[in-house]
Design a protein around this ligand. Structure first.
Ligand SMILES: *Cc1c(COP(=O)(O)O)cnc(C)c1O
Length: 408
């Protein structure tokens, strides 16, 4: 019996903090970006968490996302919203798919078919807790779908803006799940500008990636989960398809919190931020040794989820990648599509293009000696491959004609 959704558990948020200046902000208030326009991070009394929750007590709970309640921001149990946020499996892939010692964390199993559910379930629960009634957000597809689903579930009104070439399935799933969705002739940051303008006029709350503090806390659960699933021993390397970078930043934060709790040691995975070479602002900044990334013009890639020309948390991504000893890596669309096809064929695991990008980057890293075949590596498949266009399957059989069974 899962009581993660219903049990009243103690919470430990002390305050929020500007990720750039360290300036403190009060908890339990509605916040967007910090005064200097940078993301706010949620801080906890980790000593108290450690006194309240042991690894054994945690192990006795159901494994869903809400088991981590003491490390999450939601204060009141009745504000929890859920569509069944399971712990996602680590699926090994074979050598023929391109793996040495590789596990794919398959986030496509989450509600709405992507890991955006992790971030949005938390952001919506907090919006509810803080009394928000109307939310707007820019999206490349999956985030909008997750927002629409959770917000509709708790009766919050949502308006979603997406680039006009957002995959049709995403636009429709957003609409059918109760949001008002608008296609915009521009990219995601152009959509973000519209959201920002409306928010400044007081029309709605801006739930853009990293512009509110709680999506990170939801995405952080990827790092918490990974540590628990691997027996509190982190992998040697993580390949993460990086758009806004919420997940990478969140995992890095999770590892830090777990170490402060004494649940893991100081060992960290090398974090590889994977981008498509048609939209690689973080890779360019990494290679140039910059702390911030300039906007990438003419962004294009089949991996829509990582088509993000500008990330407000750029410096946090770059910092985590550098501190970890990892890199930012770009991969081309042909390599992405080949990785998806190879993994599906060899291992029966259908990756999304963004997940394919991590496999393509891993293969390239093996080739260049950046990773060793024996090293334990985790790739993130962030959405179900079923949401994306697949290669044609044109065979057709006339059951009334003579059937050439040898040819089947
Ligand atoms: C949003 C998204 C990403 C990028 O995630 P960030 O944490 O925002 O960098 C990658 N893949 C898919 C499928 C996505 O929907």
């Amino acid at each position: 019996m899962n009581d993660n959704l219903t049990a009243d558990r103690p919470t430990f948020v002390t305050h929020l903090e500007c990720s750039m200046t360290g300036e403190r902000y009060e908890a339990d208030r509605l916040h967007g970006l910090s005064r200097v326009g940078r993301p706010l991070l949620v801080r906890y009394d980790l000593d108290a968490v450690g006194r309240s929750l042991t690894r054994d007590a945690l192990a006795a709970r159901d494994t869903d996302l809400w088991r981590w309640r003491e490390l999450l921001p939601v204060r009141r149990t009745e504000n929890i919203v859920s569509l069944g946020e399971i712990e996602t499996p680590l699926v090994p892939i074979s050598k023929s798919a391109g793996g040495g010692n590789v596990l794919v964390k398959d986030e496509g199993r989450l509600p709405t078919g992507s890991f955006k559910a992790r971030g949005l379930v938390m952001a919506v629960a907090m919006a509810r807790e803080l009394g928000v009634t109307r939310i707007a957000m820019p999206t490349n597809g999956n985030a909008g779908a997750a927002l629409a689903a959770y917000a509709s579930r708790v009766g919050i009104e949502t308006i979603v803006f997406c680039p006009e070439d957002t995959p049709e399935v995403n636009v429709r799933e957003i609409a059918v799940q109760g949001a008002r969705v608008w296609r915009v002739n521009g990219l995601i940051d152009d959509c973000g500008a519209i959201v920002g303008k409306g928010a400044a006029e007081g029309r709605w709350f801006d739930l853009s990636t990293l512009k509110e503090p709680y999506r990170i806390e939801g995405k952080k659960t990827m790092g918490l989960e990974l540590a628990a699933q691997l027996g509190w021993e982190l992998p040697d390397a993580i390949f993460y398809p990086t758009g806004g970078g919420t997940g990478l930043i969140g995992m890095w934060k999770a590892f830090d919190e777990l170490e402060r709790l004494g649940w893991i040691g100081a060992k960290r995975p090398r974090m590889y931020a994977v981008q498509a070479s048609g939209c690689a602002p973080i890779v360019r900044a990494f290679e140039a040794g910059e702390e911030h990334a300039e906007r990438w013009d003419d962004a294009h890639t089949v991996a829509a989820g990582i088509r993000v020309p500008r990330a407000v948390g750029d410096f946090l991504i770059l910092r985590a990648v550098r501190e970890s000893g990892g890199k930012a890596l770009g991969v081309g669309d042909p390599a992405i599509l080949k990785a998806v096809a190879d993994c599906a064929r060899a291992d029966g695991l259908l990756l999304c293009p963004e997940g394919g990008a991590t496999l393509a980057a891993y293969r390239e890293a093996l080739r260049t000696g950046e990773v060793d075949e024996a090293e334990r590596v985790v790739l993130f498949n962030c959405a179900t491959g079923l949401k994306y266009p697949m290669p044609e399957a044109p065979n057709w059989l006339d059951r009334h004609a003579a059937i050439d069974f040898d040819a089947l």
